[in-house]
Ligand binder design. Structure first.
Ligand code: SF4
Length: 649
């Protein structure tokens, strides 16, 4: 089954969570079906879902007999157990020849290349592809189709389409995330269930109120987004150059899917048959009436703002998890971690301390404290302003033994590449290197000859992914913050380049275009008439918005110079008590994420860590003397020592 518009093939791509669902969906109006196997796959929360190898083989045969396609999702981040399964599974897939694999982790690419397999590859939405440089790099790597970032609008896609022949796929209907693809770490760090491994507990759908400047706002579910609905905008998607229209819903039943697929299929056929008289509203009311959540075009026509938040009661009340405490560091946990880290590596050297800072004054504090490296953030929290050329020059001319690196923002659009290219090629800034946040930035700027450090936004979770990034040009790779200790040990032991670990601070655990601060402009505060009961924020300045969950924990949300929001843990991450053991296991690069600190707190933390790296035997005593400026200290994903298998409930 093929359909064409202006001689370009158009594909309606539908999901199937089980073989039974597949057998119904494949006979609907879908041109292609995507599905997952029992391993190396997202959507793993239900063990009765996904297809066995025999079912995959049969599904491919059925689809091909109907002239349709099957894509297999091999799209989670791989832990060390997955790495053991990967070779055999990929060889099986090579034998049965699906039409493509949809991948997130570059470890898969490494396997396919080393095993010399003949498999077509699509990059998953979890690669968050949003710029031309990334697309060019992926093409060089052999990827033939990109599922674009959900945060890209159609106009941007249209511009990209003019400059590349890469196939472009876009989400058309279904469940969405508030956070950028693969830039949501909270479930992994809080529950040990990584959303990037298909185990998300959906904390974004908790009931939060908002507090800012002492005022409380009754926001209820401020991060619970509506479902994507592009039914009425298929012509605009075709004009933007999208060739594959993806319906979300691998956990959906066959009745829902077949109905939805057939509405979309009929609409595409009607448009192809008579584009001038096409009725985009036909059946729209019927789709609207079947909705559970409200519907939105999300980012397709620009930032949707608060209109993207679901207020429909049927769609907000579904609970996937309840707020829990971010687990405090205990002596037992520390001892457990130390025991697990009893590995002596011959790579251990005197550790280096780096710090990511938000402002010039923070950078000066860091220079004065004598850290080994300072990372100048590429997305600074307001009211700070981005590092100016003069500030960078002042810092690099006074750096003495400290190295200075410039970081990029995580989300880099074409204009960002243009600005950074001009800044970096027209000036000698005296930088020692760059902290790169996305594949496109590596591709674009590796020719400058500066050292490249991969930031944690690259989600490097295993040593195979490190090998990929080493070939791309990284000299240091920051480990994913979602990595449990047991997997971290494996990466540290086998990595071809030094691994950097974020050992302290307040990293971003949800990165979103959505601006939660907008709520304070439209909601009526509940305590505005009673100034005496205005409440200060517990840990951060009152001008920082905090999300207050049902356990009254306050999650700070910093807004950056691009207007994007960064949600943080309410506790600080702290690995100080076992820094010595980490170093002995082969980690020589420790980082502090300090962007949300004031200068006084930063100096205290740096002072403590400098003492620690100069004499690792003091770590436990130094930890006892350290007091948190947040709600305490937590271990993040390191506390989940036993690697969770992806089919754990
Ligand atoms: S918690 Fe994050 S990854 Fe999970 S559904 Fe929400 S936005 Fe998506």
């Amino acid at each position: 089954m093929s359909r064409f518009f202006n001689k370009k093939e158009i594909e309606l791509l539908a999901p199937a969570g089980t073989f039974e669902i597949f057998k119904k969906v494949i006979h609907s109006g879908a041109d292609a079906v995507y599905l997952g196997g029992k391993k190396l796959n997202m959507r793993m929360l239900r063990s009765d879902y996904n297809l066995s190898n025999d079912e995959i083989e049969e599904a491919i045969a059925i689809a091909h007999s109907l002239g349709k396609k099957v894509y297999i999702t091999v799209n989670n981040l791989l832990n060390q157990e997955d790495l053991k399964d990967a070779e055999e599974y990929l060889e099986f897939l090579d034998k049965v020849q699906p039409d493509a694999l949809i991948i997130q982790d570059f470890a898969i690419l490494e396997f396919i290349n080393s095993l010399k397999l003949n498999l077509t590859l699509h990059s998953s939405v979890m690669m968050n592809v949003h710029n031309l440089e990334t697309i060019i790099d992926l093409k060089e790597c052999g990827i033939t189709r990109v599922v674009t970032s959900r945060d890209m609008d159609l106009q941007t896609i249209k511009e990209l389409h003019k400059q590349t022949d890469m196939e472009l796929e876009y989400f058309t209907h279904g469940d969405m995330c508030i956070a950028h693809g693969a830039q949501c770490l909270y479930s992994g760090m809080l529950f040990g269930k990584s959303s990037n491994r298909g185990l998300c507990m959906k904390p974004c759908r908790w009931n939060f109120t908002i507090k800012k400047d002492g005022l409380s706002y009754p926001s209820q579910y401020p991060m619970a987004v509506k479902d994507m609905y592009m039914y009425e905008h298929l012509p605009e998607m075709i004009e933007a150059g999208i060739i594959s229209f993806k319906i979300e819903g691998r956990m959906r039943d066959s009745d829902y899917l077949v109905t939805m697929i057939n509405y979309y299929s009929d609409a595409i056929n009607r448009y192809i048959s008579d584009p001038i008289c096409y009725d985009r509203k036909k059946d729209a009311q019927s789709i609207y009436e079947t909705r559970i959540r409200d519907l939105s075009t999300s980012s397709a026509f620009g930032k949707p703002g608060l209109s993207n938040i679901n207020n429909r009661s049927e769609g907000t009340g579904k609970i996937f998890s309840n707020p829990i405490d971010e687990i405090e560091i205990t002596n037992e946990k520390i001892q457990e971690i130390k025991t697990l880290l009893q590995v002596k590596s011959c790579n251990a050297q005197k550790p280096k301390l780096s710090v990511k800072v938000n402002s010039y004054s923070q950078a000066v504090v860091s220079l004065e404290e004598g850290v080994d490296a300072i990372y100048l953030s590429g997305e600074v929290y307001v009211p700070a302003t981005p590092f100016s050329k003069n500030e960078i020059l002042k810092l690099t001319s006074h750096k003495k033994g400290t190295k200075i690196y410039l970081c990029f923002p995580r989300m880099m659009l074409e204009e960002d590449f243009s600005k950074y290219n001009h800044l970096l090629t027209e000036n000698n800034l005296g930088l020692d290197g760059l902290v790169v946040t996305n594949l496109g930035a590596i591709h674009k700027f590796k020719s400058l000859g500066l050292e490249l450090i991969g930031d944690y936004s690259l989600n490097i979770y295993n040593h195979k992914a490190v090998s990929f990034y080493e070939k791309q040009g990284l000299s240091v790779a920051t480990l994913s913050l979602e990595t449990p200790l047991i997997d971290a040990k494996d990466v540290i032991a086998k990595s071809p380049i030094p691994i950097e670990i974020i050992v302290h601070g307040s990293p971003t655990v949800m990165y979103m275009d959505h601006d939660l601060y907008e709520n304070t402009k439209i909601l009526e505060p509940t305590n505005i008439l009673e100034p005496t009961i205005r409440e200060n924020n517990s840990f951060v300045n009152n001008d920082v918005l905090v999300l207050v969950d049902e356990k009254k924990h306050e999650h700070p949300v910093q807004k950056d110079n691009y207007g994007r929001n960064h949600m943080m843990l309410y506790k600080e991450l702290c690995y100080l008590p076992f820094l010595k053991e980490l170093n002995e296991s082969g980690v020589n690069n420790f980082r502090i994420e300090a962007c949300s600190y004031d200068d006084i707190s930063l100096r205290k933390v740096l002072n403590t860590y400098m003492k620690a790296v100069n004499d690792l035997s003091q770590c436990e005593d130094l930890f006892k003397s350290l007091s948190s400026s947040y709600g305490g200290f937590t271990l993040g994903a390191f506390q989940f020592n036993m690697a969770l298998k992806t089919n754990d409930k």
